[in-house]
Design a protein around this ligand. Sequence first.
Ligand code: MN
Length: 230
Amino acid sequence: MNTSIFTPPEIPTVPIKGSPLTYPVRRIFCVGRNYAAHAAEMGNEVDREAPFYFTKSAFALCPSGSSIPMPPGTQDCHFEMEFVVALGAAAFEVDENSAMQAVFGYACGIDLTRRDLQAAAKEKRRPWDLGKDFENAALIAPLTQAADFGTIKDQAIRLLQNGEIRQEARLSDMIWSVPAIIAHLSRYYHLEPGDLIYTGTPAGVGPVHAGDTLRGEIDGLAPLDLRVAL
Ligand code: MN
């Protein structure tokens, strides 16, 4: 017997390239300031002692190929192109040498950010939720399995806005490597299959406008395409 007072929402899923199966999403962790040039453009110092995080609800996910309305409540919504890691196994208090065993695959993602609300929160030393965790704020393309992608090295990561390159860097520019992030996060959470990690954005972030097309690319991964409605 179904005892829920309303129909439970379906768990959000991400397509897997070359597979009829899908990847159900549990939690979304996002790394802040993981590229030195982006930290600098935001006027921040890079903290080299430890990475830091914020989270988004799985219900903030939005698949590639979508057309979304301009997010409400903001006059300055920014794109942040990111390399997304999808976990396929549990990890708790793992070290960097074994961290990659927990990885299922990777995807292109965009951490959509209401920059004005984030800046106001920073100013008042308040949490970032209004700036970071809102509907369609976690854009994601289909996953590529780790074995098909190969080793994370100096693959190019870029974002094009209406066909013009706005962000361009290399995955090797990340301050905290993927195994370092997983090992660090696993000291604070029992990481599980379905957990996604957005690994931070390179320099060149900027505002999204009504009518824009955004395309996110990382060498070896399925691209992310988004249209913002007029
Ligand atoms: Mn970000």
